[in-house]
Write a protein that binds this ligand. Structure first.
Ligand SMILES: C[S@@+](CC[C@H](N)C(=O)[O-])C[C@H]1O[C@@H](n2cnc3c(N)ncnc32)[C@H](O)[C@@H]1O
Length: 199
């Protein structure tokens, strides 16, 4: 038991060190290149299809994509490098840990087709939770936005309900800011969209 705890602590520290280094080396360079200190974040970016398309169009804004899966991040990085996009970078990280370590401000956050965790006993694994909304709000500028898209009606309703209860976000009626399909949107084009304003 004690050994497991020590191992988990060591692994967490290693992840924190890696992400901390990424902030300095990768994001720091990207922000310098554009002269900005604020970013737009996609959580669960997969192979980075959508964010790459967005960053190509909005080349004067900075974009960060994060995902848990190494191979997906490697593919996303290759896309940004191929297009020589200095305003776009990707990091392998868990959303919660990334936000806890994040020491820059976020303008807008995008979440497309997050894992819906449909079974009741798995709802606690859903990304949109009250504590997560508070953490994201603490890193988001007032007036920043959260954009969320899912094909899963129950997760959509869950998210609307959690955001409605938050004192830091208010549901808004913003249009989806960039029309290009993500990988999952291509497969599951019928979706529900919400946006929320950081107040
Ligand atoms: C269903 S896929 C959607 C990918 C992409 N957004 C799209 O629309 O094609 C969900 C993605 O979220 C990532 N993911 C799940 N939980 C995450 C977390 N806690 N932090 C970061 N990424 C996460 C998964 O690895 C996966 O790539």
């Amino acid at each position: 038991m004690e050994n497991t705890l020590v191992r988990l602590k060591t692994e967490k520290k290693a992840r924190e060190d890696r992400v901390g280094q990424w902030f300095t080396d990768v994001l720091g360079t990207s922000l310098k290149a554009t002269g900005k200190n604020i970013v737009n974040l996609e959580i669960g970016c997969g192979h980075g299809h959508w964010l790459t398309s967005f960053a190509t169009k909005e080349f004067n804004q900075n974009f960060v994509g994060i995902d848990l899966i190494t191979k997906r991040i490697e593919k996303a990085v290759a896309k940004a490098e191929k297009r020589n996009l200095k305003n776009l970078c990707f990091c392998k990280a868990d959303a919660q840990e990334f936000l806890e370590l994040c020491h820059f401000k976020i303008a807008n956050t995008y979440i497309m087709y997050p894992d819906p965790w449909p079974k009741l006993r798995h709802h606690k694994r859903r990304l949109i939770q009250p504590a997560f909304l508070d953490l994201l709000a603490s890193k988001t500028i007032v007036g920043g936005r959260l954009f969320f898209m899912t094909d899963h009606l129950s997760y959509y309703e869950w998210s609307v309900s959690n955001i409605s209860k938050s004192v830091m976000w208010v549901l808004s009626k913003d249009d989806w800011p960039h029309e290009a399909s993500s990988y999952f949107q291509n497969i599951l084009p019928k979706n529900q969209i919400l946006s929320a304003l950081r107040i």
